[in-house]
Design a protein around this ligand. Sequence first.
Ligand SMILES: Nc1ncnc2c1ncn2[C@@H]1O[C@H](COP(=O)(O)OP(=O)(O)OP(=O)(O)O)[C@@H](O)[C@H]1O
Ligand SMILES: [Mg+2]
Length: 388
Amino acid sequence: MLHNRNDNATFNHFNLELIDPEFGSNLTDLIIELDYLRKKKLSGTTHPTIFFQLKHIFHMLESIGSARIEGNHTTIAEYIETKLNDKKSKDENILEIQNSEDAIAFIEKNISGNEINRLFISELHKIVVKNLNREGSKNPGEYRKNNLIINGSNHKPPDYVKVADYMSELFDFIRTKTPDKYDLLKTAIAHHRFAWIHPYDNGNGRTVRLLTYAMLVKLGFNVNVGRILNPTAVFCNDRMQYYNALSEADSGMRKGMLKWCEYVLGGLKTEIEKIDKLLDYEYLSKNILLPALNSARKRETITNMEEKILQIAINKQEFMSADIEKLFPGKAHTERSRVLNKLKKEKLIITLNDKSRKYVIRFDNNYLLRNIIEILGKNGFIPSNEEM
Ligand SMILES: Nc1ncnc2c1ncn2[C@@H]1O[C@H](COP(=O)(O)OP(=O)(O)OP(=O)(O)O)[C@@H](O)[C@H]1O
Ligand SMILES: [Mg+2]
């Protein structure tokens, strides 16, 4: 549990403004490197259908991480179980994670036509706290109507009567166009300011991490051009480090704010580099997909024949019935169709959405998911403190 350091928490106003890091600082290096990653056209070799399944898995893991940061102890394995069973869960911990997944989907669907403003964030907050008690809100989508403290922090958020003003100042700050080189600093500063205002009675952490996701997508770290972004991983890998970095910035002093920005941008860079590795299909197939298949076969969740077909699927990315012909010597092609249909039913392959009769492996909604996550974990793609 957290140490309670908030007996004498105090409120210190400071102005919301951009900062200029020293030219020779680590932070400036990070800004330059991230800007390069933002503008670099992605030309990964991983098939989009495979990539989007991975993206989906990462978003699920993020949502578990975000809910877990305080108190929600659902393990990855437990959550996957509920996904595979397709059961509507009433468990608050599961609902909380599903809400975060819904909020990510909401951002991706609506961000391009919308501004990040009170209405947009209010929608996010409503989704985040939906149907929750312990981690719910008395006023979903509405600013708090009382004063509060942040567990474990020396900073006392502003009086509730000032919340609306502070928030509109923040939305102006986000909206006001500044030279591109400030975009990432702005994203980090906005994250701290939101948490510092603590506009809602609960769910501020989950909502602010989504605000950061929304800002990054708007800035062009865009999932639709193919980069999975895992902003929650940046903040949820190590909760104490996250809270300490936020505390540094609470002082409102230049030094603390620079440290906070360096923390956020450093985390982002690590995440983006990890994700870029997965876009390299040679890396992905050799280090993740084939070992996951192997592990599934060892546990006998797939048959020998299924393993052989899926190996071909992994090696070719797209495959046709003719590609597996050699596995059925002397058999009529109807036998292949029968097996392929069975694999489709088991959600182990998908037909591509065209008339070419091509298939792609599927692992995002069947028992292979467990093996994929296990292997991703072994390769350092999942925060080490996540319990499997
Ligand atoms: N010193 C601090 N200054 C500003 N904000 C802080 C500080 N310490 C923590 N926070 C923020 O407060 C959040 C917790 O607030 P709240 O309980 O309202 O959010 P939550 O979504 O319910 O919780 P969680 O973030 O744990 O999922 C943290 O996640 C973090 O974003
Ligand atoms: Mg809370």
